[in-house]
Design a protein around this ligand. Structure first.
Ligand code: PMP
Length: 324
């Protein structure tokens, strides 16, 4: 028998998919870790599970307790599922700019959702800082604190990284991914570099994020903006701190959209916007490295979460981003 144990037992062990059209185009093997197949639908199920298990093990989260988090959506969805499975309550503080689909989903899952104005991290009312204060003021509650809680990157160091290593039989030349909290990128990079320091670890970054400039010039500076959600940041989080970064690649929204529509139309894969940045960066890296290399990236979540935006011609046109 091959049976997984409930939601919690079903997180991880996702397939590694060869993206045929992109591989043929570049002459490289472009592989996507199918994180959209996690039971909560995204890469963040892994971090959510590790954060909750860590709080339980340290005696911080007790039966009937509440998990509070500031999240752009996917972490909240993962946390809300796990809270249901384990009997906890879930309170999510979310920037009001995030997609309606994600907010509706959180409410359906039974989380209390508090949309707040999207203000920069330096503002005391930033959603992340607000969530920390809310948790502090509540009885029997923990703050998941995904940006700076290292249980997040440990999830990827202990699960995603080893899965990629064994799925490729260690035959991997490069790993490339964008970062939100940095947990996925850092955990996988740290694991792969320990296995083989020659694996090239490359950070992908949307416009409007400061990381590309930071790793190119040392300055945390951003230009432009992006319609992608869940990635890009203005600071070095504890999860990203110390992660190996051999290079950074910036991908703009036009390229990310071209990629997600190619994934949809040529690969049959209905993916979210951050996947466009990741696969776009993998293609750029393949062109830099030349044919014959194996490049792994992440398929973070599915497109249904962004139906009203990335797959809605009117919305795209309103952003000056018509898809041909
Ligand atoms: N893509 C999407 C759609 C996400 O929601 C996130 C998490 N915010 C990421 C990518 C980045 O993952 P991480 O937080 O591990 O850097």
């Amino acid at each position: 028998m091959d049976i997984t144990n409930g939601f919690v037992g079903t997180v991880g062990n996702t397939p590694l998919i060869r993206l045929n059209s992109f591989s043929e185009e570049t002459g490289c093997n472009i592989l996507g870790k199918a994180e959209f197949l996690n039971p909560g639908g995204s890469v963040k199920d892994r971090a959510a599970l590790y954060i909750i298990k860590d709080a339980e093990e340290r005696g911080l989260l007790k039966p009937g307790g509440t998990v509070v988090e500031g999240t752009a959506g996917n972490t909240g969805i993962g946390l809300a599922h796990i809270c249901n499975a384990k009997g906890y309550k879930c309170l999510i503080i979310i920037p009001e700019t995030q997609s309606q689909e994600k907010m509706d989903m959180l409410r359906t899952l039974g989380a209390e959702v508090r949309p707040v104005p999207a203000v920069p991290y330096r503002d005391p009312n930033n959603y992340v800082k607000l969530s920390g204060r809310v948790a502090e003021d509540m009885e029997n509650a923990i703050w998941a604190n995904q940006f700076d809680n290292l249980a997040n990157r440990r999830a990827h160091y202990e699960t995603t990284g080893p899965e990629i290593w064994s799925q490729t039989d260690g035959k991997i030349d490069a790993w490339v991914a964008a970062t939100g909290t940095g947990g996925t990128y850092a955990g996988v990079s740290m694991f792969l570099k320990e296995k083989n320091p020659n694996i090239r670890c490359v950070l992908a970054d949307p416009m409007g994020s400061a990381l590309y400039n930071y790793f190119k010039t040392g300055e945390l500076k951003s230009e432009g903006s992006s319609i992608t959600e869940g990635i890009g940041t203005s600071r070095i989080t504890a999860n990203l701190e110390g992660a190996p970064v051999d290079d950074a690649i910036q991908v703009d929204d036009r390229e990310a959209l071209r990629v997600i529509y190619q994934l949809l139309n040529k690969e049959g894969l209905f993916m979210g916007g951050s996947v466009g940045i990741n696969v776009g960066a993998a293609v750029a890296l393949a062109k830099q490295l030349g044919p014959g290399h194996t490049i792994v990236t992440v398929l973070c979540d599915g497109g249904a979460r962004y139906q009203s935006r990335l797959f809605n011609p009117e919305w795209l046109a309103s952003k000056g981003l018509a898809v041909s």
